[in-house]
Design a protein around this ligand. Structure first.
Ligand code: ASP
Length: 437
C-alpha cells in the first residue's frame, strides 16, 4: 500500500469534517435551513446517514467491550495487574477531571465572564437528577447482565465481563476453547470497527453539516464570553494539562499523541458521545499507540463512563458564568463543592450527548444556583458538547497510555511509528479478502 493511499482515510475524515462545516454554514447563513425542501430532503438525508452511522458505532460497543475484556483478563498473566490497572486508572481519571474543573474555574473567574450581563434569565430548563453515588455503587453489580447489555450500561457490563474472564482463567485448561472463541470474537469485532470506520468520511460530513446547518454559529456570538472562555479552557486542558500528564507519567511524545488521536477526536466531535466512540478509541489506543488489549479493554470503556474532563470544564465555566449573571457570590467553599460534585457526578453518568447538562443541574442544586439558569447556555450546548466530548475521549486515551506504560503493557515501537495501525484501504478490501484479483 502506497504512503499516499495510506494517508487518505484519515485525511478524508478530516476533509469530511471541514466540508461539513462549510456546507452547514452555507445552508445556515443563506437561510436555506428554513426552506422546507432543503430541510426535508437535504438536511433530512444528512440526518439519516449520520444517525445510521452513529447506530453502527453503538452497535459495536457492547460486544466489543465484552469480548475484549474477557480476552484482556485472560491475557493479563498476572491477575494482580488487574487491580493495579483499575486503581491507577481510577485515580488518574478522577485527578485529571478535578484538575480540569479547577483550572476552568480559575480561568473563568479571572475573566469574570457574565459579570454585568443583562441576559433574559427566565428559561425553561428543567433539571434532571443524576443518580446518587450510593445508587451508582449498587448498580455496578448487574441484576441481569443481559438487561445491562441491552441498555448499554457500561459499569455493570465491565463488572460482568471481568468476573467472566477471571472465572475462565480459574478454569484453566478446561476453558481453552472459550478463550480461543473470545479471541476470535474480539478480532471479528475489531474488523467490524474497521469496516464502520471506513465510511466515516461521508458520515462525519453528514453529521457535522446537519449540526451546523440547523444550529448555526450565530448563537455563539451572543454568548461570546462564555464560549470563548469555555473553548479556551478546553484547548488548554487538551494541549497543556493532558500533555503534561502524558509526559510526566510516561515520558512519551505529546506530538505523536496529538497526531494519532485526531481520528478518535473527530469521531467524538461528530457524535458528541464518548460511548459511541469507544470502538474508535479502543482501536486507536491499541493499534496506533500500542497499548496492550489487557489494559485498553478496561481503561477505555471505564474512561468513557467515569472520565469526563471536557464536561467538567463546561460545568466549571458555566457555574462561574451563571453565578455572575445572577450576581451570586459562591466563594471558595462554593467552588470546592462544585469541583467535588462534578467529579462525583462524572462517575455515575454515561458518556452520551447532553449528559453534561444533567450533571450541571445536580451541581447547581448543591451550591444553590438557580437550575433554570442553565437555560442560558442551552442554545450553544450542542456545539460545546461536540468539542468537550473530543476532550473527554483524549483524556481516556492519555490515561490508557500512561497506565499501560507504567505496567510495561505498551509497545513503544508502535507508539513511535507514525504509520502504525493506520486504517488503510486494504483493510476493507472485500475483493482482496475473497481472493478476487
Ligand atoms: N457528550 C459527552 C460525552 O459523551 C458528555 C457531555 O458532556 O454531555 O462524553
Amino acid at each position: 500500500m502506497s504512503e499516499a493511499k495510506k494517508m487518505s482515510l484519515t485525511m478524508k475524515v478530516l476533509l469530511g469534517m471541514a466540508l461539513g462545516i462549510v456546507v452547514g454554514l452555507i445552508i445556515n447563513l443563506t437561510g436555506l435551513n428554513e426552506n422546507s425542501f432543503v430541510s426535508t430532503y437535504i438536511i433530512g438525508t444528512f440526518h439519516v446517514i449520520g444517525k445510521m452511522f452513529v447506530n453502527a458505532l453503538k452497535m459495536l460497543v457492547v460486544p466489543l467491550v465484552f469480548f475484549s475484556l474477557i480476552c484482556g483478563v485472560c491475557g493479563i498473566g498476572d491477575i494482580r495487574m488487574l487491580g493495579r490497572v483499575g486503581g491507577k486508572a481510577f485515580v488518574l481519571y478522577l485527578m485529571t477531571t478535578a484538575i480540569a474543573i479547577a483550572t476552568a474555574i480559575g480561568i473563568a473567574v479571572t475573566f469574570g465572564i457574565g459579570k454585568g450581563m443583562n441576559l433574559e434569565t427566565k428559561s425553561e430548563f428543567a433539571g434532571k437528577e443524576s443518580p446518587p453515588l450510593s445508587q451508582v455503587l449498587i448498580d455496578i453489580i448487574p441484576k441481569n447482565p443481559i438487561q445491562s447489555m441491552a441498555n448499554g450500561d457500561m459499569l455493570p457490563i465491565i463488572f460482568f465481563a471481568i468476573l467472566a474472564g477471571v472465572s475462565v482463567l480459574m478454569l484453566g485448561k478446561k476453558a481453552k476453547g472459550v478463550i480461543a472463541g473470545a479471541e476470535m470474537a474480539n478480532e471479528i469485532m475489531m474488523k467490524m470497527v474497521t469496516i464502520v470506520m471506513s465510511v466515516a468520511p461521508v458520515a462525519v460530513f453528514c453529521l457535522i453539516a446537519k449540526a451546523i446547518a440547523t444550529l448555526g454559529l450565530g448563537l455563539l456570538a451572543s454568548l461570546a464570553g462564555y464560549v470563548g472562555v469555555l473553548v479556551g479552557s478546553l484547548l488548554f486542558h487538551l494541549f497543556v494539562t493532558l500533555m503534561i500528564v502524558l509526559m510526566i507519567f510516561s515520558r512519551l511524545s505529546p506530538a505523536m499523541f496529538l497526531k494519532k488521536i485526531r481520528n478518535a477526536q473527530v469521531f467524538a466531535f461528530s457524535t458528541a458521545s464518548s460511548n459511541a466512540t469507544i470502538p474508535v478509541t479502543m482501536r486507536t489506543v491499541t493499534e496506533r499507540f500500542g497499548v496492550n488489549n489487557s489494559v485498553a479493554s478496561f481503561t477505555v470503556p471505564f474512561g468513557a463512563t467515569i472520565n469526563m474532563d471536557g464536561t467538567a470544564i463546561m460545568q466549571g465555566v458555566a457555574t462561574v458564568f451563571i453565578a455572575n449573571v445572577y450576581g451570586v457570590e459562591l466563594g471558595i467553599t462554593g467552588y470546592l463543592t462544585v469541583i467535588l460534585m462534578s467529579v462525583l457526578a462524572s462517575i455515575g453518568t454515561a458518556g452520551v450527548p447532553g449528559v453534561g447538562l444533567i450533571m450541571l443541574s445536580m451541581v447547581f442544586t448543591q451550591v444553590g444556583l438557580p437550575v433554570e439558569g442553565i437555560g442560558l447556555v442551552l442554545g450553544v450546548d450542542r456545539l460545546m458538547d461536540m468539542i468537550r466530548t473530543a476532550v473527554n475521549v483524549s483524556g481516556d486515551a492519555v490515561v490508557s497510555t500512561v497506565v499501560a506504560k507504567s505496567e510495561g503493557a505498551l509497545d513503544v515501537d508502535i507508539y513511535r511509528d507514525p504509520d502504525a495501525g493506520m486504517l488503510d484501504e486494504d483493510d476493507v478490501d472485500l475483493d482482496k479478502a475473497m481472493g478476487v484479483e
